[in-house]
Design a protein around this ligand. Sequence first.
Ligand code: URA
Length: 220
Amino acid sequence: MDVLRDTPPEVLPATALTLATAGDTTLPEVRDAADGCRACDLWARATQTVFGAGPVPARLMLVGEQPGDQEDVVGEPFVGPAGRVLDEALEAAGIDREQAFVTNVVKHFKWKPSPGGKRRLHETPNRREVGACLPWVESEVRLVRPEVLVTMGATAAAGLLGPSVKVTRDHGTPVASELAPLVVPTIHPSAILRARDRPSREAMLAGFVDDLRQVAARLR
Ligand code: URA
């Protein structure tokens, strides 16, 4: 599409959102445009832009924080360890991942080298980086038109629902939002992996599955 190709890379996200809102563009076109995004500096150290994946439209949209190490290499969201926790929880809740559109609020992997320099360690994106990327996920919402939108973790909740939502306190409680008829913040699968001990991990996983069961009930 000429408009997107001719848009300067730093203003691409906002242009793509305008076109998606007007119904003038498709998800593959927006995804291709996101490959050239330079609205923040994260692209420079990432392997590629990791856009959302799944059916369009979809009744359920799941939004995480940013691609991890494996997602950055493969180019798809939630295919690494956090993705396996997500798959386990979705299955326990009776939700078919194939029916959901899965994405992140930030489309590039932000990382720093481990002390030995051998591994890439996740770094949380800052507010400016989330803000720069937000039009991409908003474009996805416009095109996917989910009936239920689930934010996973603090970064997705803050980016899409505002700073007043606290995941530990509010997970599982629907939030009024124009993004979808039902919007539910929940726990991030990576937080479950990082839990300090087994009982905490099991409790967090149970909370995550409970939130997803509520979603499954709505979708039935
Ligand atoms: N964590 C996320 O938030 N998203 C991914 O795609 C992988 C890990």
